[in-house]
Design a protein around this ligand. Structure first.
Ligand SMILES: [Fe+2]
Length: 254
């Protein structure tokens, strides 16, 4: 986003990364794409430090038509009407150190919703009032419907990863990059440089995950989940055999 695109939005909704042009989301039609029964995604074009990575948010319907929003993207009138048509937003989570740019916008739109963030965002987004600091225990709003693991061993993102047992869907942001088949040649080049030959596998993990014992323990709890599909934020999603893919991506830890 450039400065001109930011005009007209309250300062509290604009992050410095956007103003500096280091993170920008293109205006695209808001398409609520069904992934599984009661699970939708919204995918946007995103440039991060000039590289097209795309970004994806997820919405999970909880009982009583309550909605859990994961990694919220920009909220325009079109998207809001589509979200409101499938339920009532009761929870919005910023699950990674890099997935928080639009939480204030959602908080303003849905003041009754509870906001959660990964621990690293408490300080980074001190301007936002969060109701929950996410850990390994689901909050009251989504307990019994979603499970979660604080993948703290990935120190760069401090991500909290979710699992929706009803649809057997793993929901994550950065724990599973999948850029190998991106339409942008430059992004494919970056994927090649990162050795991102399959979802979730790059050499970055080997550098950032120094606490291998904690990493194994956190990964082990994720592998206890009966994962079929994987919603990830950057690149094509995984429709089947998700647990094996996760195991292969982090096999060097086991
Ligand atoms: Fe990300």
């Amino acid at each position: 986003m450039n400065r001109a695109a930011a005009w007209g939005r309250p300062a509290s909704e604009i992050h410095w990364l956007e103003l500096r042009g280091w993170a920008s989301m293109a205006a695209m039609p808001s398409v609520l794409e069904p992934f599984a029964d009661g699970v939708w995604t919204v995918t946007r074009d995103l440039r991060f430090f000039g590289i097209e990575t795309g970004s994806r948010m997820s919405i999970v319907r909880l009982p009583d038509e309550r909605l859990f929003v994961h990694s919220p993207g920009p909220l325009d009138d079109e998207l809001r009407s589509k979200v409101d048509a499938v339920g009532r937003v009761v929870a919005v989570v910023a699950p990674s150190k890099f997935h928080h740019l639009h939480v204030a916008q959602w908080q303003k739109a849905y003041p009754e919703a509870k906001l959660g963030c990964c621990p690293a965002l408490v300080e980074k987004r001190a301007d936002v009032r969060f109701d929950y600091v996410l850990g390994d225990a689901p909050a009251r709003e989504w307990a019994g419907e979603l499970d979660q693991v604080h993948f703290a061993a990935r120190t760069m993102e401090d991500e909290v990863v979710f699992f929706h047992p009803r649809s057997r869907t793993l929901i994550c942001c950065d724990a599973m990059f999948n850029l190998r088949h991106h339409r942008s040649p430059m992004t494919r080049l970056v994927a090649l440089a990162l050795w991102n030959r399959q979802p979730g596998a790059t050499w970055l993990e080997h550098l950032m995950m120094r606490d291998r014992q904690s990493a194994r323990e956190q990964l082990g709890r994720m592998l206890d989940w009966d994962i079929e599909g994987i919603i990830l934020s950057h690149g094509p999603m995984v429709r089947s055999d998700g647990r094996n893919l996760l195991r292969r991506a982090y096999g060097w830890l086991l």
